[in-house]
Design a binder for this molecule. Sequence first.
Ligand SMILES: Nc1ncnc2c1ncn2[C@@H]1O[C@H](COP(=O)(O)OP(=O)(O)OP(=O)(O)O)[C@@H](O)[C@H]1O
Ligand SMILES: [Mg+2]
Length: 328
Amino acid sequence: MSILEIKDLSVSYLGDDYKVRAVDHVSLNIEEGESLGIVGESGSGKSTLMLGILRLLNERTSKTEGEALFRGNDLISMNKKELAKVRWSEISVVFQKAMNVFSPVHTIETFLSDIYKVHRPNAKRQEIRKELTDLLAMVNLPKQVLRMYPHELSGGMLQRTSIAMSLMFRPKILVLDEATTALDVITQNQILSEILEIEEKLHLTRVLITHDMSVVANFCKKIAVFYAGRLMEVGYVEDVLVHPRHPYTRDLVKSYPTFSEDGTGTVISIPGTMIDLKKAYTGCPYANRCDRATEQCRTDRPMEDQMDEHWSYYCHNPLQGGETDESR
Ligand SMILES: Nc1ncnc2c1ncn2[C@@H]1O[C@H](COP(=O)(O)OP(=O)(O)OP(=O)(O)O)[C@@H](O)[C@H]1O
Ligand SMILES: [Mg+2]
């Protein structure tokens, strides 16, 4: 069953003399209990997609169109009061810069208690302390952390604390936007493994936004590949990463050393640059960099094609499978 149905969603940033099409008519279903990794080059609209859905963008300088149905209710058209009930308690987000989330002049306990009280104003001090201690335990932090100030915590501890905070109201969906990217690989893997355990306990649906394909391969069931604000391909990790249909997925996979077929670890970068999202264009945004581009790719927008009900791609000239080693 879908828990979040994104339908024809577009998000633009508006300036005095420009419009950036950061998310461009994206449709995507997120199933309950699923873990979805969202990947794509920097600037492909991954963060904007989630910020637009949760309406965390400045309404004067951005425009969000389309629908995002959370359990059938559209977040985009929902009134602010209803939306406030969904954010945090139903869908919560952890961003990369945990340090910026906390107040430098308050202890972790004061900071977290204040948030707790916003949603549970009648809660007693003892109850809050017990709840916060349990939350910290969930991410393997001792209760002493409550008495500490943010600057006394290591990067990993801070990130764990912000994950604990995001779980405070037992959300249904947890969004991690590059939440562990700044940490060393060992700490990142530990935290992600802990999250896997927590999500089983809490029946969480997880959306993990990352640059790191190996993180998606290890910690997600499904993958959605974004490019220039568009969804290029989505499906189970073992299908999409092993037999990509979209040439962009293949090129992205090749640009990761751990996935290179000959095992030499050579990074093959994708030639060319992403199109300017301020400029209007026709066809596929990847056409100028794609070795399979045809005339049609430059003129017609590719529509969705499906391999099966879980696997879709948007390409006029898709790979047919077994072509991942095609030389560029
Ligand atoms: N406030 C803003 N005003 C104008 N353009 C913006 C703004 N924020 C983002 N953009 C542009 O929107 C596009 C999508 O950005 P976004 O941050 O969503 O990408 P991303 O995939 O999350 O990238 P990264 O991997 O670097 O986090 C980019 O072209 C970016 O320059
Ligand atoms: Mg981002």
